[in-house]
Design a binder for this molecule. Structure first.
Ligand SMILES: NC(=O)c1ccc[n+]([C@@H]2O[C@H](COP(=O)([O-])OP(=O)(O)OC[C@H]3O[C@@H](n4cnc5c(N)ncnc54)[C@H](OP(=O)(O)O)[C@@H]3O)[C@@H](O)[C@H]2O)c1
Length: 257
């Protein structure tokens, strides 16, 4: 079996569940040592680590609340400690900014608290996690951000989530130039509806899932592994000449009238 990430170290935020878990499993299957970050669900992160280990990979869990003011600092001090113990250094190779929250709240119902939390987890922590990571990433490394089809097609009933995914695409472009001098690529993947807790209302309600399929060229509900495999490619040496791009992973969601 080919292990293109042998010797590499990856940090995946929000890898306790959903898409982040699938990304962590894919990167570990490709040979990377994976830091499985979680927010509140330590037991779910432990399950991700156990699944990776059972499949012959290597991983460890680290927790930090990215809605908290010092969340990114806590994350990187835990990462530094683990990496020093395991490798004697704090360098790593791949950052996947995946953690996010997506409350379904319409325009009228969006409070300052709701908007602030989405901004803190989905935008601010991505900015500062990448800033911290850039001090530790080895040349030739990878940054992969989770965008969404909502940038192209905002969801009216998740308005704050929709507007606050747009900055991820812009940041991906900016950072591809900032970090390009060190041959670090920066890309984003933009999933459509994927069967996770976040999109349960769309993916797991049979009637809504049928409606979602009518909007896609491919007639099934997307799975976390559909995203994990594309992230695996972007993390691999084969993607060395791809940077500053947002790659939609949506089964062709509304690509024609
Ligand atoms: N599912 C979709 O249809 C879809 C579509 C487009 C884009 N996306 C994007 O894909 C990414 C993953 O989504 P998902 O569907 O896998 O979501 P999910 O199942 O809800 O999982 C979210 C992850 O983020 C972590 N997280 C949430 N709040 C946090 C906080 N305050 N501090 C630290 N970690 C926190 C959670 O950790 P804990 O459980 O440990 O708290 C969990 O691991 C997100 O960026 C999302 O916007 C998803």
């Amino acid at each position: 079996m080919s292990r293109p990430l042998e010797g590499k170290i990856a940090l995946v935020t929000g890898a306790s569940r959903g898409i982040g878990r699938a990304i962590a499993q894919r990167l570990a299957a490709d040979g990377a040592l994976v830091a499985v970050h979680y927010g509140r669900n330590q037991s779910a992160a432990t399950e991700t680590v156990a699944a990776i280990t059972a499949a012959g990979g290597s991983a460890f869990a680290i927790g930090s609340d990215l809605a908290a003011k010092n969340g990114v600092k806590v994350l990187f001090s835990a990462l530094d400690e683990e990496l020093k113990a395991r490798t004697g250094a704090t360098q790593f190779d791949i950052l996947v900014n995946n953690a996010a929250v997506a409350p379904f709240v319409n325009f009228e119902g969006t409070t300052e608290e709701v908007l602030d939390e989405i901004y803190a987890v989905n935008v601010k922590s991505v900015f500062f996690a990448t800033q911290e990571a850039s001090k530790r990433l080895r040349d030739g490394g990878r940054v992969i951000n989770l965008s969404s089809v909502v940038v192209r097609m905002p969801v009216v009933d998740a308005v704050a989530y929709s507007i606050l995914k747009a900055p991820i695409d812009n940041l991906t472009q900016v950072l591809s130039t900032v970090l390009g001098a060190r041959s670090i690529t920066v890309n984003a993947v933009a999933p459509g509806v994927i069967d996770t807790d976040m999109a349960a209302a769309l993916a797991r309600d049979p009637q809504t899932a049928e409606y979602v399929k009518t909007k896609q060229s491919l007639k099934r509900i997307g799975q976390p592994e559909d995203v994990g495999d594309v992230v695996g490619f972007l993390a691999s040496p084969e993607a060395r000449w791809v940077t500053g791009q947002v790659i939609e992973v949506s089964g062709g969601t509304v690509v024609t009238f």
